[in-house]
Every structure is written in C-alpha cells, then in structure tokens.
Write a protein of this length. Structure first.
Length: 100
C-alpha cells in the first residue's frame, strides 16, 4: 500500500488540474481528494487481513475462504483501482464473520 500511496499522492499533488491554479485551497482540495480515494481501499484491505488473522485462530486455515476473484482483481489493480471494493465482506466470509 505504501507504493500505491506514493503514486497517488504524487498524482494528486503534481498533476495539473482543470483550473491549473496552485493556491493553498487547491492543495487542500487535492489532499482531501487523495484521502477520499485512499481511505476506503486501506480500510477494506486492513479489515480483510484482520478478519483472516482472527479466523486463523478460530477455524482450520483451509476453511478460510480465498479472495473473491473480483476482490483479488481489485487488489492487484493497485493505484488504478477504484476506491471502493467490488464485494462486501459478508459476501466473502458469510457466516464465519459471526465467529469474530
């Protein structure tokens, strides 16, 4: 995720936008846009890994579902992925979420 952050932060700060201005409100807007793009992705990946870690102590490792193919594709899309994941946790983990 750090390399994605760096890539997208660079794009946010140095890509010229429509108005081309460089005032502080433009910088603040760019940073807020960066945050809005990154936060959903970071939350989803972090939560996915936390769920998998918790489940590994409660169920047999082979019973933990693999990533949904759409989610895996979203993960590997890196900085070009949309902010929101394509599937919800409940669609991947189902009833296993009750164990957490």
């Amino acid at each position: 995720l750090a390399f994605e952050h760096a890539t997208l932060l660079y794009r946010a700060l140095f890509d010229v936008d429509e108005d081309g201005d460089g005032d502080s409100s433009s910088l603040e807007r760019r940073l807020r846009d960066f945050e809005a793009k990154r936060l959903p992705r970071c939350r989803s990946i972090s939560r996915d890994q936390s769920i998998r870690s918790s489940l590994s102590y409660k169920v047999n490792y082979v019973d933990i579902p693999r990533w949904n193919p759409l989610y895996e594709e979203w993960i590997w899309a890196g900085p070009d992925a949309p902010p929101e994941p394509p599937v919800r946790e409940s669609e991947v983990f189902g009833n296993l979420l009750k164990l957490i």
